[in-house]
Design a binder for this molecule. Structure first.
Ligand code: NDP
Length: 297
């Protein structure tokens, strides 16, 4: 017991970023062009500023060209739509990301719908999610965090075909696309949400558990089927007087308890988190290759 293999998302994300940098160099050599990502930030939320900064830094590190527009908190919806329209039309921009949440007076759906689906690297456009959900179709982009969860499973050699999976959470940005992706890999998927009468009972039957409920350590160790693989998407700050900042980060899974039963598990931090930006880079590279035209070798 207690011997769960730790799935090292930080290391896997680093490997992927190195692979991307090599591909970018090859693309530049063949076409003279680099993938371009535009990040739109409205307002001055500290957390959003931090995310945007790290996304831009990650772009620079793999050789992308990065574009950015920062608008003030009181920018109008039309101003945001104008910025999106400008990037839609710019041939040097292959991916557009609008950092969420937007200020309350702006209709988030209208802004996301305005992003060209060919540049929708966050994969939040309803047409991309719809294509993910339909048999025989493939989306141009899959959202970064869900894609990162699947990539972790793949690179850890976890077989999904014929397995049972439980996804805790059904949000548009995590739970729903994760469930669709697992189903596309031929897992039999059950989704758990806040109205599920007995979440523990559903999770106990699962060979693969993805937790994305935004509730600190809600998924208890004794919910985990012995030998199951656990992907913990949650990022929750809990007060901790002993920690330097006065808080520490925990997942949506009771990590210690789950380690007693799982065969493999992602830690928080250092699991799914680092994969999100790696997948954003991968989506932008894929989009750039489609838009530039694949190099002739
Ligand atoms: P949301 O709050 O949008 O969704 C939470 C989901 O969990 C909802 O579907 C909700 O159900 C369900 N839920 C809430 N309480 C319970 C409960 N008691 N039992 C069962 N289900 C419950 O969160 P997100 O999907 O945006 O994020 C989920 C977690 O992942 C968060 O901790 C977030 O911080 C983290 N996250 C991490 C990312 C990363 O690693 N890069 C990126 C994005 C998110 P209902 O639909 O019924 O309300």
């Amino acid at each position: 017991a207690g011997a769960a293999k730790i799935i090292d998302g930080k290391q896997i994300a680093e490997d992927i970023r190195r692979e991307i940098a090599a591909e970018v160099a090859a693309l530049k050599a063949a076409t003279g062009k680099a993938p371009g990502l535009a990040v739109v930030l409205v307002g001055a939320r500290k957390d959003s500023e931090t995310y945007v900064r790290s996304k831009k830094k990650a772009c620079a590190e793999v050789g992308f060209e990065s574009f950015g527009t920062d608008l003030p908190e009181d920018a109008s919806e039309q101003e945001v739509l104008d910025v999106v329209a400008r990037y839609n039309a710019d041939p040097n921009v292959h991916g557009i990301l609008v950092q969420l949440p937007l200020p309350k007076h702006i209709d988030e759906q209208r802004v996301l719908d305005a992003i060209s689906i060919t540049k929708d690297v966050d994969g939040f456009h309803p047409q991309n999610i719809g294509s993910l959900a339909m048999r025989g179709r493939s989306p141009l982009y899959v959202s970064c965090t869900p894609k990162g969860c699947l990539e972790l499973l793949k690179r850890s050699g976890v077989e999904l075909k014929g397995k049972t999976a439980a996804v805790v959470g059904r949000s548009n940005i995590v739970g729903l696309p994760v469930a669709l992706l697992l189903q596309n890999e031929d897992a039999t998927v059950t989704m758990v949400h806040s109205r599920t009468p007995d979440a523990a009972e559903v999770v106990r039957r699962a060979d693969v558990v993805v937790a994305a409920c935004g509730r600190a350590e809600m998924v208890r160790g004794d919910w985990i089927k012995p030998g199951a693989v656990v992907i913990d998407v949650g990022i929750n700050a809990v007060d901790d007087a002993a920690a330097k900042r006065g808080y520490r980060l925990v997942g949506d899974v009771d990590f210690k308890g789950a380690c007693e039963r799982a065969s493999a598990i992602t830690p928080v931090p250092g699991g799914v988190g680092p994969m999100t930006i790696a997948m954003l880079l991968q989506n932008t590279l894929e989009g750039a290759k489609r838009q530039i035209g694949a190099p002739a070798n």
